[in-house]
Design a protein around this ligand. Sequence first.
Ligand code: UFG
Length: 345
Amino acid sequence: MAQNSPRPRILVTGGAGFIGSHTAVALHESGYTPVLVDDLRNSRESVRTGVEKITGIEVELWTVDCGNAEAMAPVFHAPFAGAIHFAADKSVGDSTRDPERYFDNNIGGTARLLAQLRAQGVSNVVFSSSCTVYGEAEPSPVDETAPTLPAASPYGYTKQACERLLHDSHAAAEGNLGVAVLRYFNPIGAHPSAHIGELPLGTPTNLVPYLTQSVAGLRPPLTVFGDDYPTPDGTCIRDYLHVCDLAEAHVAALQWLEAHPGAIDTFNLGTGQGSSVLDVIHAFEEATGLRVPHKMGARRPGDITAIHADPSKAKRMLGWSTRRDLKTSLADAWRWQQQIQSKEG
Ligand code: UFG
């Protein structure tokens, strides 16, 4: 990009969230201007400050619901070269207790956002999907041709429905809307500066934020949910990738859309390596020199045994692959945990 050409503006919904905030940094580093929209229902205003500290620029954050066209009108004061849509509720457990909210916010919100993007002539959309669309896929590694199975939770269903919605919007736009659907495996870690990271509200349900809070003494010992699975050490296997790698994939997807106007495609984003829960515990201990207090417990209902990505399509088409390993991801997650604790007292 020529030094004086204006930086293309990219709309980032859910921009104060875990992946959105890291993607804002990656966009800035690649010559874009991220414009964040987040109603802060599951994040905090202070995330903007973290992004500003890393990038050294003032960041536009609009605290509105991206599905509310009236509230969004001022956000479109200047044109967008693309949009990355993260804004969604994301807890599997919550979604079983409050399915109506998930359907409304995730599916309804995406429909209302897409209508605005098409009306505004935004030509590229990158969508935040999940490997949950594959269910218990056999065998791993899973590539993008694996069938999507009936969703195990309302949350999983919303990701499948949104993928369908994006395909239908793409078709209706008749070549004027490019779409990249990104299916994440398990994002973990934090920016190495520790200015941004994951901010789970209440007791974390995901493995790494629970683990770091447990090591910090804020929670009881970690319970390993099941050690009788048919895996080498009996614990479940997932594909954990560093959030900064994941953020870079969004930029690569946007650049791919710019080079292929009106295209649509789906990409798995993972390391291609499966790690068990015990692997994660041991990698954390090696990376930090600290012990992870833990005990074996019962299986968690709804957990699948093992899944990891075949990320070769993203490598081939987007030129993207992960660069940070599990220990680096866990060391960064721990640095972030220490940082939030020092702030909170
Ligand atoms: N785990 C524990 N103890 C804990 C928390 C988790 O042993 O306290 C285990 C789980 O049983 C699982 C692994 O750690 O084997 C990872 O669990 P996470 O909750 O961190 O992640 P999941 O793979 O269950 O969930 C992720 C995303 C969801 C997505 C889902 C699809 O967080 O958004 O994958 O299966 F829907």
